[in-house]
Design a protein around this ligand. Structure first.
Ligand SMILES: Nc1ncnc2c1ncn2[C@@H]1O[C@H](COP(=O)(O)OP(=O)(O)OP(=O)(O)O)[C@@H](O)[C@H]1O
Length: 903
């Protein structure tokens, strides 16, 4: 970790916060002692009521904090003339030199005396008119005023620490001691340790005994404090159980989290859940949605299951659970021992909140465990927009989270779906899948109002523009910054460029080893790294309060993505800066990439024929589809095939049932007994011998085929060969990851099914493109805001983007936005003709040709091969559909010409 910090970084982290009246820090946590432990203890010393004078000063009780005005944007990003899409865009550097002429910047520094910012006159709350907001100043590195000391309340530990995360040893630091149960009471502990040293010396002086007594007094005091804390939490829980009043809930909140009041929407959500009503909760990023399931989890009798799309997100959420709530995690990427340990704790009733991936949740064994012995009070669907194919982040596995399944299989009593970014259409889809009545929607503004949003038009000099931005006020003073890019290579390139220019930056993307990613995130959170240059892989669920700026190096794929990413900034409520570099080339590149998941009816038909082709139409037979070869054969990405299969399982007709993914090809080597001897006493080995072919003395077979032939599950076959391996009888190797499924019903005709599926997938593809167009048009509109009224250019850009975002989330996102692609091109057809003639050996579809013309690879036409063609990416600016139509015509002509030549 040390290698990540450099002199620049340590300077950044050492600088005290600028704000003389900082918002209360995340309150200290109580000692990590579970309710279960507490209930066995009878001697509770009642806690002292937290002394109000010990609380951190709240915003309302203090003079208004200094805050910059909108007009303090450091530069005028662009003149208010319409954007012209050409490569010769105005450079940011030139724009900045124009900006330096505006004098207001100098006068209105963000740390300047008590200026209170009036909020922009835009409705930011759906249900409420805009209120004047007192903005907190941004987090800056040049702060010189130290914060007033904040005395922690008595029973809470300092910081949230590692909480449950460490106890479950999820960080993999095996061999390290678990932190002390009373780790939180750090002061007492350290003085205890110190005294331990003194004790040795004093012992010699004959004073050891009295010190020993003193130490045990301290230990007792710590234990009493912990017990007292638990006792008061238990009392507060009992009070809420008796009456879930605002007062009782607020008491519990204060006790466990140290917060004085609930934020907008929290109390409403908690009460709905406690009342057993399934609820859809839409609150902005950083609004505190997690609290809406954590508080009920303390009250409700059964387990709270939290379904999350990403393991990193789950780990983060587990880490942030208050220590009083015992949590656990189950995901498919876990080691078996970890999963076993979590399951044990679940069965013993130790775990109250279980984070689980959707795949794991729907695992047959998992479901049966719940059915048999565990009761689920609440199922939380986090990032619930993933349920809908109309969201920016659709996950096929989330499609399985249907209310019918959650209620019938898990016997869940209530569902809480949460998101910060969902359009009306997405919300409808989510609520319908989860059977949440429209009356149970709690929706607040989907955008916080502490962002200063800006956009500039950029071009070939984007890196330079970024550097200029980061070296100008206020960015140069901001302590923590995230720069979002679209491509992995950009993160390395830009972070290096920034480092070369003395900015402490690190690149982050999903291609990095997990331990490096964890290290970078930790270094960023502890301010050892100032700037993280990341792809979308960074930040989901990241709750670092003092991120002062988010910069988009490239246009995001949708307004949802933009809102999620800027949502990492200003989570402490302070004013934060979000700048977006818009460039036409990236927009076109992303638009092309939006077509990479598209499919044709022809390919879907071929795929379905394969899925439903079994020698004998045998029901309950386990079929498999080897991912790599199928992907090549049908020219479809793995996710697309998974989406189709999931639809076949969960659509109006259930054609099949998905089984866990598996490496299906097994190569077996017999070592001790001969294969025939073993098969005589083992039915699975007998079936293996029947279904294998022998290659160089090794038996090669398909696991699902063997399992089907003797009517057992694939897991039984795997378990058996594993047992034989333990006995030294065999060794084996597995390969070919595959989708496995059992057919329940054969479609009457493949044609109409493939046409129906293609229509659905094409709508999803168009939805993706439309989202990018809407994002792009919002950015361009902000660049083009006129600068005639008294509002500053920065304020106008903020207003422009805010209103676009809110309109989008509240309105009809199906409306068409004019595309910036060209609809025709004189040489297109002639070029396609030449392309076909020079690649006679390949079998193209119109889509494959359009992808090549757009410079987008696919499984059957990979970049590595096709980027060498002269036409690669040549028609990126021409609408994809226009190219497909031209390609179709030319393909027909090509076939006709060849047929004519042949006759
Ligand atoms: N009532 C409250 N008062 C003060 N702080 C709060 C309150 N509720 C939550 N918080 C704090 O707000 C921060 C953000 O909470 P949380 O991570 O739950 O947000 P979120 O809505 O899930 O955001 P995202 O959608 O971006 O993940 C946390 O640090 C949390 O402790």
């Amino acid at each position: 970790m040390d290698s990540d910090s450099d002199p620049d970084g340590s300077h950044v982290s050492a600088t005290p916060p600028r704000d003389p009246f900082p918002p209360p820090p995340r309150p200290p946590q109580p000692p990590p002692v579970s309710l279960k432990v507490a209930s066995s203890s009878s001697s509770h010393s009642k806690p002292k009521a937290p002394n109000p004078s010990h609380k951190a000063p709240t915003q309302s009780s203090l003079p208004p904090p200094p805050s910059p005005l909108f007009t303090n944007l450091p530069f005028r990003i662009c003149e208010s003339k319409p954007v012209v899409f050409s490569s010769s865009v105005s450079s940011f550097a030139r724009l900045r030199s124009r900006a330096s002429l505006t004098t207001s910047d100098e006068k209105l520094k963000p740390d300047g005396a008590d200026c209170v910012v009036e909020p922009p006159p835009v409705v930011v709350a759906v249900n409420a008119p805009p209120k004047p907001v007192r903005r907190k100043p941004p987090n800056l590195i040049t702060d010189t005023i130290t914060s007033p000391p904040v005395k922690p309340p008595v029973f809470r530990t300092t910081g949230n620490g590692e909480g449950n995360f460490v106890k479950l040893n999820l960080n993999g630091k095996r061999g390290k001691k678990f932190p002390s149960k009373y780790k939180g009471v750090s002061k007492s502990r350290s003085s205890y340790a110190f005294r331990g040293k003194r004790y040795k010396k004093k012992e010699a002086d004959g004073q050891g005994e009295s010190l020993l007594e003193e130490d045990s007094d301290l230990q007792k005091q710590v234990e009493d404090e912990a017990n007292g804390f638990i006792s008061s939490v238990e009392d507060a829980i009992l009070a809420v159980k008796a009456e879930a009043s605002d007062e009782n809930l607020t008491k519990l909140l204060n006790l466990v989290y140290g917060y004085d009041s609930f934020r907008d929407g929290q109390l409403q959500g908690i009460k709905m859940v406690l009342g057993g009503s399934s609820t859809m909760l839409v609150l902005p990023t950083g609004a505190g949605k997690s609290l809406c399931y954590q508080v009920p989890a303390m009250i409700l009798p059964g387990i709270t299951l939290v379904v999350s799309p990403l393991v990193s997100l789950m780990i983060d959420q587990l880490k942030h659970l208050p220590s009083i709530i015992k949590g656990g995690l189950l995901s498919s990427s876990q080691r078996p021992e970890e999963a076993t340990e979590t399951l044990r704790k679940l069965k013993e009733g130790i775990i109250k909140v279980l984070f689980v991936s959707p795949e794991r949740l729907l695992n047959v064994e998992f479901l049966s465990m719940f059915r048999m012995s565990l009761s689920v009070s609440l199922v939380v669907v986090d990032e619930a927009h993933c349920v809908s194919e109309w969201s920016h982040n659709f996950r096929p596995s989330y499609m399985r989270l249907k209310a019918s399944m959650l209620f019938s299989e898990l016997k869940a009593e209530c569902i809480l779906a949460m998101t910060a970014t969902a359009t009306t259409m997405t919300l409808q889809a989510v609520m319908s899948a989860l059977e949440i009545p429209s009356t149970n929607l709690i929706q607040k503004s989907q955008l916080r109002d502490n962002f200063e949003l800006s956009v500039s038009l950029s071009g070939a000099n984007r890196m330079k523009d970024l550097l200029i931005l980061m070296e100008s006020h206020p960015y140069k003073e901001i302590r923590s910054i995230i720069v979002y890019c679209k491509f992995q290579y950009e993160t390395d390139m830009i972070s290096k460029y920034l480092r070369d220019n003395n900015i402490n930056a690190k690149g982050y993307h999903s291609g990095l080893p997990a331990k490096d990613r964890v290290r970078i995130q930790e270094s960023f959170c502890s301010n050892k790294i100032r700037v993280v240059v990341a792809t979308v892989a960074f930040g989901m669920g990241l709750d670092k309060g003092d991120v002062g700026a988010v910069i988009h190096f490239s246009v995001p794929g949708s307004l949802e993505e933009y809102v999620q990413e800027i949502g990492r900034a200003g989570r402490d409520g302070r004013l934060s800066y979000c700048h977006l570099f818009y460039d036409n080339e990236t927009y076109l590149k992303l638009r092309s990439l939006s077509h990479s998941d598209g499919v044709d009816e022809y390919a879907v038909g071929k795929f379905l024929t394969h899925v439903f082709s079994t020698e004998t139409k045998q029901h309950e037979k386990i079929s498999s589809l080897v991912i790599e070869s199928a992907s090549l054969k049908f020219d479809m990405k793995e996710e697309v095939m998974q989406t189709i299969l999931t639809h076949l399982e969960l659509g109006e007709v259930q054609y099949l049932r998905m089984l866990p993914q598996l490496n299906v090809c097994c190569t077996l080597n017999f070592h001790k007994s001969s294969p025939n001897t073993l098969s005589a006493r083992n039915t699975i080995v007998a079936a293996i011998l029947k279904k294998s072919h022998v290659k160089q003395g090794l038996y090669v077979f398909d696991i699902p085929a063997v399992a089907s032939s003797i009517f057992v599950a694939t897991t039984n076959v795997l378990a058996e060969i594993q047992t034989l391996k333990m006995k030294g009888e065999v060794t084996y190797e597995l390969k070919d990851p595959a989708f496995c499924y059992t057919i329940l019903k054969y479609p009457r005709e493949i044609c109409s099914l493939s046409s129906h599926l293609t229509k659905w997938l094409t709508e999803i593809e168009s939805c993706k493109v439309r989202k990018l167009d809407i994002m792009s048009s919002a950015a361009v509109a902000a660049i083009n805001v006129s600068n005639t009224s008294e509002l500053s250019f920065g304020a106008k850009q903020t207003l422009s983007l805010q209103s676009r975002i809110l309109d989008y989330f509240n309105g009809d996102d199906k409306c068409d936005t004019p595309s910036k692609t060209t609809q025709n091109c004189a040489f297109l057809r002639a070029d396609i003709k030449v392309f076909l003639q020079s690649n006679r050996q390949a079998k193209f579809t119109p889509r494959a040709i359009a992808r090549i013309m757009h410079g987008v690879g696919s499984p059957a036409f990979p970049n590595s091969v096709w980027s060498k063609t002269h036409f690669w990416g040549r028609y990126m600016s021409v609408d994809f559909r226009v190219i497909m139509e031209a390609a179709q015509t030319e393909l027909f002509n090509f076939v006709d010409r060849n047929a004519a030549l042949a006759t």
